[in-house]
Design a protein around this ligand. Structure first.
Ligand SMILES: Cc1cc2nc3c(=O)[nH]c(=O)nc-3n(C[C@H](O)[C@H](O)[C@H](O)COP(=O)(O)OP(=O)(O)OC[C@H]3O[C@@H](n4cnc5c(N)ncnc54)[C@H](O)[C@@H]3O)c2cc1C
Length: 378
């Protein structure tokens, strides 16, 4: 069978790309190896700006609205900052992703639940192999997640990712999310509402024993511990991490490592990049990669700035906590709502960061000095 585009993977990136492509009359095949609706390990937190990217009819999918955030430091200190309006929403990925696929199908996208096995360049087009037969196509979109076979076949290797564990349990959080820093070297721990319960998770780039950390934290908060599931969150933080494809085989979402390196937010970027990829294919079918790179420039820049903030914030977590307590959390809410971006945050924040860092260094020296004097007087 012949298609214009074969999209591999029916997560937010693939569904978004397929939806926008078929709206323009192209014949699109969406290949998904799981039976839909399928489980996806995810806290399901959508920043408020994500709503702008969703097709009509999503309202019933928002199971919690978030109006405030708590930032904790090693469960020793905590600050709560309320927002004037919704800053985020929680969805169940099983139904959220399926909704996006159904919207794409309504526009004429053909869904085949089969595993993508590989492709062959036929010169001018591709032959795609799946567990349910082969298909001919002009373009291949690899939206097949963090372990993307498409990316592997192109010879790309994953550069950076968070290792994460998460479980769902009983608990109640009223319209708020809790982020804890200071538990891992680079990364954080989260407690988010999930319908009538909560999700507790932790992500790190380091080697810490995450099972132990989640166990200790659930004890501390009186949460019923359940055996967590693990997965990876790939992120982009340096120019060299960017791998968007080759020829007319293009990568999007986690397959291209498009989650943000500060928080691991991936759904917003997957949806947006899926849309931009469809524009690239439609506008410049002979050079889609060039067009895609150009259209993605602001998004990639955003991820690179989130990376700069992440490197500072996770290297000096006490300073990050102090800044969050002061004003940074409010600025961050504006990013979630799409009123500001990480570049603005970084540019405005780094001088203040240096100031806090200097204070922290001096107070550390002072504390050590005090302890030293104390020891002498004993
Ligand atoms: C523990 C955890 C918590 C997270 N929390 C959040 C959060 O709160 N908010 C947020 O924004 N992001 C979060 N993320 C990140 C987010 O889940 C991802 O960034 C997002 O799902 C990326 O979407 P995607 O469409 O690129 O990939 P995916 O959602 O992974 O979809 C890829 C699809 O491809 C299919 N597939 C794979 N291989 C094949 C194949 N060979 N053939 C056919 N189909 C295939 C898979 O079955 C899957 O359906 C979290 C991630 C983790 C691990």
């Amino acid at each position: 069978m012949k298609f214009d585009v074969v999209v591999v993977g029916a997560g937010p990136a693939g569904a978004s790309c397929a939806y926008h492509l078929s709206g323009s009359g192209l014949r699109v095949l969406l290949l998904e190896r799981e039976r839909l609706p399928r489980f996806k390990l995810c806290a399901g937190c959508l920043s408020a700006r994500t709503l702008r990217l969703l097709p009509e009819g999503y309202e019933g999918l928002l199971i919690n609205r978030i109006r405030s955030g708590r930032l904790g430091f090693r469960a020793l200190e905590e600050v709560r900052v309320e927002a004037e309006e919704d800053i985020a929403y929680i969805v169940d990925r099983r139904f959220f992703d399926h909704f996006l696929v159904k919207k794409a199908q309504e526009r004429g996208v053909e869904l085949v639940e089969a595993e993508f096995l590989g492709f062959e360049d036929e010169g001018g087009g591709y032959k795609v192999f799946s567990s349910k037969g082969s298909f001919r196509t002009e373009f291949v979109v690899g939206a097949d997640g963090v372990r993307s076979r498409t990316a592997k076949l192109l010879g790309f290797k994953r550069k950076s990712s968070y290792r994460s564990l998460e479980f769902f349990t009983e608990g109640r959080l009223e319209e708020e999310v809790l982020i804890e820093i200071g538990w891992v070297k680079r990364g954080y721990l989260w407690l988010f509402p999930k319908g009538d319960g909560v999700s507790l998770g932790v992500a790190t780039t380091g080697e810490e024993d995450l099972l132990k950390i989640l166990g200790a934290y659930s004890n501390l908060r009186g949460l019923k511990y359940r055996h967590p599931k693990g997965w990876h969150i790939p992120f982009l933080e340096k120019e060299g991490d960017i791998t968007l494809g080759e020829g007319r085989v293009l990568l999007v979402g986690d397959a291209a490592g498009m989650a943000d390196p500060l928080l691991g937010e991936g759904i917003y970027y997957a949806l947006l990049a899926g849309k931009l990829l469809s524009e690239a294919v439609l506008k410049e079918p002979s050079e889609p990669l060039r067009a895609y790179r150009r259209l993605l420039k602001p998004l990639l820049e955003e991820l690179l700035y989130a990376g700069k903030i992440a490197r500072l914030a996770y290297s000096f977590q006490r300073v990050a906590y102090k800044m969050g307590k002061g004003y940074a959390l409010r600025s961050f809410y504006r990013v979630l709502k799409g009123e500001e971006n990480y570049k603005d945050l970084y540019r405005r924040g780094w001088l203040a960061f240096l100031k806090h860092l200097t204070e922290e260094v001096f107070s550390g020296i002072f504390r050590r000095h005090e302890r030293g004097n104390h020891r002498i007087s004993l």
